[in-house]
Design a protein around this ligand. Sequence first.
Ligand code: FAD
Length: 391
Amino acid sequence: MPTGSFFTHPYSHPGAVRCAVAIVGGGTAGCATALALARRNVADVVVLEAKTALPAFRIGETMPPTSGLVLRRLGFFKAFQAQGHVESVGSCASWGKPELGYNDFLFDPHGCGWHLDRPAFENLLLETVAGRGINLLGGHHLRSIEPLANGGYGLGFDTGNGVTHSLEADFLVDATGIAAGAVRRLGVVRNPIDSLIVVFAVVELDAADAIPSQGFLEGAEWGWWYAARLPGGKMTVALATDLPTLSAQGFRDAVAWRSALRHTLHIAELVERGRPRWSGRQPDTAVAESAILSRVVGSRWLAVGDAASSYDPITAQGLYKALSDGEAAGEAIAEFFDSGGGTAALWAYQDALFGRFTDYLRLWEYLYSREQRWSQAGFWRDRPLRKRFGS
Ligand SMILES: Cc1cc2nc3c(=O)[nH]c(=O)nc-3n(C[C@H](O)[C@H](O)[C@H](O)COP(=O)(O)OP(=O)(O)OC[C@H]3O[C@@H](n4cnc5c(N)ncnc54)[C@H](O)[C@@H]3O)c2cc1C
């Protein structure tokens, strides 16, 4: 089960040991990097993850059709298909105007996208990593990094109850998500572009079949709403806003949040169609940052996934990026070893990642500039980049 303690693969050592590659962070990007390294026969790779078990739910479920290509190349697409994620035929948005517009995957050569059972997906990634014989250590929270005189890094992990574990690595991968917890310790700067607070609830539906398989998006005065049907007769309903709006409107409170939901033109009616059973709990929150590191590679290290660059969830590209950057990272590290320490592939990885971030910023600017209905409201007034940075 996805919520169970998965990290069963044995890798225990009494003291410090050396490995070829230490991947800190066992999320999508860390696992994809490990699988790409295994494909290139790079031995002695260790994935070290702070968590000991996966949570029952994690927000971030929409995966675009192109992701299927990476899953195929990394060798677990069939197992993924067997998991029963909701196949999504596209998205539907009230953006810049009250009417809904449709963006269908009908003509996408890669087929449908998906609304994931996210913990099940992450569990499959971890299982696949362990199944390829890669060492996987749960309950390992990175606490210290020390560059070693003979190259590589000495890493210190907190494993709970005051116990620590040390490990030396020839090469270090930071896959710790927006924390960028490894490379920040090396002094690398993470540059924030924007930050959203997403206030969300997962609701059980009595009539899940009444909800179409598209993702729904709607601009509103306080931010934008998002709703998607999930596997298991559930639905995620989310408001992406910013901290000042959240505080001023009190959206951490279920009453205020649901009142704002009721004022939407489409999302409220859509959710009602599924006959939701509201739990009465307060909504949850998650921070969604747009940010990039000043460098994503360095001397025997590399950052991948959200640790390297993170996107606004409106693009729904984070998972695809984690998978495809993970694949590219694994290839670049394999080239580094194969070439006896040549860094050309690492620099090419960085150039490509920076190029994609520039493309992302253009897309971000374009998307937010197309919603002008509340341009004087705080959330929307602050969004366009040109206003934030005067460019
Ligand atoms: C509200 C919200 C909605 C989103 N919606 C979507 C969506 O619909 N579609 C989409 O594609 N993307 C979405 N995303 C983005 C997506 O979730 C991320 O891009 C993706 O999770 C990045 O994967 P990752 O492996 O880089 O990081 P993560 O998934 O964050 O994994 C990092 C791992 O590192 C571990 N870790 C952290 N610190 C340490 C440490 N010190 N030591 C050891 N381990 C550590 C963590 O426990 C975690 O398991 C959304 C994000 C948010 C916040």
